[in-house]
Every structure is written in C-alpha cells, then in structure tokens.
Write a protein of this length. Structure first.
Length: 595
C-alpha cells in the first residue's frame, strides 16, 4: 500500500474452524510459538491469535486446512480509525459513511465488509466500541470521539432522541414471523404521513392490499417493508438492499420513491445493483476490505467517481489498491453468428394456470450463445424454463429440437443438503468438478474454492447461489438454464458470475439461457435477448430471441428508461429522468446506449 505497516488484524472464522478435525499446525508452525512466545494458543479447544505478538508471516493461514484464518496488514493511521470490533479475532470496521441532508447516500461494497454494521450504527441499533470489545460501549464515548467532526451532530441528535429513524433491514423474508394480518391493515396502522394511498400507488402494492403477509411474494414483501419505512415521519431513512426480489420495473419505482424521501432528510441506501444504486444516489461511499475480517469506508464521492473507484479497485486520493485488477465492461453489443446451428428449437408455446396464461413465440437458442431473458415478475419466465426441462406439460405447441441433456438452476434453492460443498459438486458433476480447468475457470473466479470444506446448509445466500451456478455449469449438458443467478450475490461477485458464465459457455461451445433482473448482469452476459411483457399474474407474452440491441431497446422502452455507457469503465448507466441524454435518446428511440 505504500505505507508503513504497523496494524495487524487476525480473524478466525469460527464456523469454518474445526479443531477436532485438524492437527493444530497453525500453532506448531507459528514462529513466535516456536520461540516460546505464544502468538497462537488453544483455549477451550479453540485457537486464539495474539495480534500484538503475531509477526504476520502467514504460515498459520497456509497451514489451516479449513482456510478459517485471515491475517491482514493495514496502514498505521487506521489504528486510530477503528469504529467497531465484534470480539477477539473477529470482524472490525474502520470509519463510517457520512450521511447528508437532502441527498441519497449510496453504499457499495462486497458482502461481509461491514455495510449492514454501519447502517445499524447509524440507526442506533449498535453502539460502536472503537475496538474496545471487552468494555461496555457508551453513547457518551461516541459523541466525544466524533467531537469536531461532521458525525458529531448526527450522533448527538440521534442519542438525544431528536432524530427519528426509519430502518428497513436486509432480512425481509423474516417479516411473516414478525407481522401478521392483511397488508392494507398493516399500512394504515403504520401510516404517520397520511399518504398511504400515494405510497401504495408509488410502490405498486395495489394488488397486494388484500393479501396477508405470509401470502406475499418476495418482491411484494420487500416493497411492503420499504412502504412501512416511508410511511414513518422520520428524519433518517436507512434502507438495506431495497432492490432484492424486485424486477426492473419495480426497482425503478422503488428508486423514484426513495429519491422523494430525501427532501430535508438523511437517506442512506445499501445495494448490490449498480444500475439501481447509480440511478437513485446523489453521492457514493465505497467500503472495501476482506469479507468477514475487516471493512474500511472511503470518503464520500460523486456517484460516477465512487462507483468507478469500486470497479477500478483503486482509491487515487489515498493511493490504495484493494483489488488486483479492475472490472471492465465490453462496449460492443454482440449478436449470434448466422452460421451457428440451433441446440433448441420450439414452435409457439402456450401454458395456462388458472387465470394466468403465457404465450412464447417460436424461436431457437444456438450453440455457443447466451440468451438473456428480461421481464416483470409473475409474467411466465420461470414457467418457460420449467416447460423446457419437462417439469410441467406444454398445453399447446412443441419443442422441435430438444437437447438430450439439460442442466437447470432453479430460482429457489434447496438448503437441506447434508454434506460439504465438495461433496455436492462431485455429486452433481462427477470427478471433473475439481479438475484443474474447473478450479481455474469457475471455482476460483466465483470465490467458492475456499468453501469446499464448508457444509452446504451453513452457507450464506450468496455463497449458496454461486455453488449452485458452478454445479449447474459443471454438469455435462447440451443446454444450460439459469434462473436468477445473481440473486443474493454482492456486486463484485455478481459481475464475475456473469463473466464466468459467458466465458464458460464460449469455451465449451454450449448454449445457455439466463433469467435475471440486474440490467448490468444481463448486458454483460447476453448475446441475444428474449423480452417478456404483458400483465403480471394475468397474461404473459415472450418475444423470440432478438439481436441484443433490439431486445434491450424494446425492454428499456417498456420500462421508460434510457442507458448510456460510462466513458471510464464501459458500464451501463441509467440516465436521470428528463435529463438531456434521456430526452435525446428517447427522441431517437435509442433507449439502449448509443453506439
């Protein structure tokens, strides 16, 4: 990093650590221990690392068979900027984001680097201990620590009760366990603004009003939680991952709703959808670090600069590189080669479920291409996949050319597998699951190589998703179908997932179709596009696979947004409504970026 290193961080992942199954080589090979100075000890059968005595050699990291130990060297000045530490050899957070009135502050970073911890500190749910995890944290110490800084007034008002907080947590799937009753009753009870009807309309909750919470879809549950926060007469709105479970149409409505909250208020949003965060934010704060070990917040930047800092993996102002290579996007809208032959060909397909029906126009998926699928929730996208794999019968139409073997990653993943990730991959794909090619092309790029010893049922949502994506691609198949492969995955990994899928399909010259709601993922992954439209839960219609530009133009015009390319990174950016570029592209009917 170009600075004197004096601060050493040692973190042990207690979930991965298994002292009963290892030889304690982390202790036997530790140089200070061998010199009679116990840097690594086993207390009650569990390893403890003395960070003051640790010399940072990294031997214990390499010797641990479960990759449970992380040793990190950090710049000297960070020692004075630690905000919170969970315990001995546990995660610690450095610095905090700086919310400002009348602005939406977007927070971007990898899972496990402290975004949710920071939000909970700003909400008053966690009192920071400034590294003194063995002492009781007090609000007086927080106010004293930030004296003379911008956050002083924020925390002073927060702890005195002058700031009312509206907090939307990340785990909206827990709502049915906490709240009972019909949506309309809940919203009326929570309404402090007198704007319940406006909020229902803005967040597209009209069809959910008469449902009980347990009957809601994931997207409806997410928007109910956002509505509950928005109906509170608060001074600070803190929203953790508000885009999850929503389709692109709903994400744009959520973004507009959140922007309206920022008038004379503090608004802070954590999310992994780059296009969504770019669209709704006024400023950005990046958090970087080693997941599960430490996280560091950067100073607040403009939206474009902040997101590009994250993608570059380099902070110019501090001369710090936190990723080996930048994330770069192609600026070419690819299309299939005319000479390619179809791996899948179908006539018009029709399926009816009660009051809902969907019609898919005839089409084909060609060898060596990835077809991206876009459309609202409850419009028939997953139904299309289930017809292709034979899970449900086709009411009308037929598959003319059907691949002999299909590999399918469903939208909802099972977590009841009682075995390790390694066992799971071998069961799905055989011995080639751990071949040198598989490791280099998939397991390492997806950051799941170090999860091989972990039990599947103990994985986080993002880790489970990446394991299922890898297992699906490693299967010997003639067509790969992936339903929402970016769900629950952090922003850095979801871009890598998109690139890895496209790269793997091209290397193996196999076809794939991918459903997703992240525009950047679909843009990065697709050669052609299928667009679903219609009325959700009533009728759906799917186009044939179209040239990428035509498909994106059609979809974006339906959503009423335009995209441009960032000059620096090449990433798609959503133009602000009625901006000069937005108006110009709509006049030209070029909703996708102008070549």
């Amino acid at each position: 990093m170009g600075r004197k290193i004096v601060l050493r961080v040692a973190v042990i992942d207690r979930e991965s650590c298994n002292p009963d199954r290892c030889t304690h080589e982390c202790q036997r090979f530790c140089p200070p221990v061998r010199m009679g100075i116990p840097a690594v000890e086993f207390i009650d059968g569990k390893p403890i690392i003395n960070e003051a005595l640790c010399i940072g050699c990294g031997i214990c990291v390499k010797k641990c068979p479960f990759e449970a130990i992380t040793i990190v060297n950090l710049p000297q000045e960070l020692e004075e900027e630690i905000v919170h530490q969970y315990g001995l050899n546990e995660f610690r957070l450095f610095r905090l984001p700086m919310p400002q009135k009348n602005q939406v502050l977007g927070i971007i970073g990898r899972n496990g680097t402290g975004k949710s911890t920071a939000i909970k500190i700003l909400a008053g749910k966690i009192i920071p201990n400034f590294g003194e995890y063995d002492k009781e944290a007090t609000t007086d110490k927080v106010i004293e620590y930030y004296r003379g800084q911008q956050l002083y007034f924020y925390f002073k008002d927060l702890y005195s009760g002058r700031l009312r907080i509206a907090y939307k947590p990340q785990e909206v799937y827990l709502l049915p366990k906490i709240i009972k009753g019909k949506v309309k009753t809940i919203l009326k009870k929570l309404d402090e603004t007198g704007k319940v009807d406006e909020v229902v309309e803005a967040l597209d909750l009209r069809n959910a009003l008469n449902k009980s919470v347990k009957e809601l879809s994931g997207g409806e549950m997410q928007r109910l939680a956002i509505a509950a926060a928005g109906l509170k007469e608060a001074d600070v709105y803190l929203l953790d991952e508000p885009s999850s479970y929503n389709d692109v149409y709903q994400r744009m409505k959520v973004a507009r709703f959140i922007r309206n909250l920022a008038k004379k208020k503090y608004v802070v949003v954590v999310d992994h959808d780059l296009a969504f965060l770019d669209y709704l934010s006024d400023v950005i704060s990046v958090v970087y670090g080693t997941p599960g070990a430490y996280g560091i917040f950067t100073r607040t930047e403009s939206v474009r600069t902040g997101i590009n800092i994250f993608l570059d993996g380099f902070i110019p102002a501090d001369n710090i590189r936190f990723r080996e290579k930048p994330i770069v996007f192609t600026t070419v809208a690819l299309s299939h080669k005319p000479e390619d032959y179809p791996a899948l060909k179908y006539t018009g397909l029709r399926k009816k479920f009660g009051k809902f029906q969907v019609y898919i126009e005839e089409g084909e998926i060609r060898q060596g291409e990835v077809v991206g699928i876009l459309g609202p929730n409850a419009i028939g996208k997953t139904t299309f996949f289930r017809m292709l794999v034979g899970e449900i019968p086709i009411d009308d139409g037929e598959i003319l050319i059907k691949p002999e073997k299909l590999a399918y990653k469903p939208q909802y993943l099972s977590t009841d597998y009682d075995g390790t990730v390694q066992d799971f991959l071998i069961e799905k794909a055989g011995s080639k699951a751990l071949s040198e090619f598989s490791v280099d092309a998939l397991l390492k790029p997806l950051n799941i190589y170090n999860l091989l010893e972990r039990r599947v049922k103990n994985l986080s949502g993002g880790e489970l998703q990446k394991v299922f994506v890898a297992a699906t691609l490693l299967m010997d198949a003639d067509l790969y179908l992936l339903d929402e492969p970016s769900a629950f995955i952090d922003v850095e990994d979801r871009i890598e997932v998109a690139l890895a899928i496209n790269r793997f399909i091209k290397l193996n010259k196999k076809p794939a179709a991918v459903i997703d709601h992240d525009l950047i993922v679909i843009d990065a992954i697709s050669d052609r596009i299928i667009v679903f439209d219609g009325e959700p839960a009533v009728n759906g219609h799917a186009s044939p696979p179209m040239h990428k530009r035509d498909g994106m133009n059609r979809f974006l015009s339906d959503v009423d947004i335009t995209l441009r390319r960032d000059r620096h990174s090449g990433r798609p950016r959503i133009n602000k409504p009625n901006s000069r570029l937005d108006r110009e592209q709509k006049e030209k009917k070029e909703y996708y970026y102008v070549a």
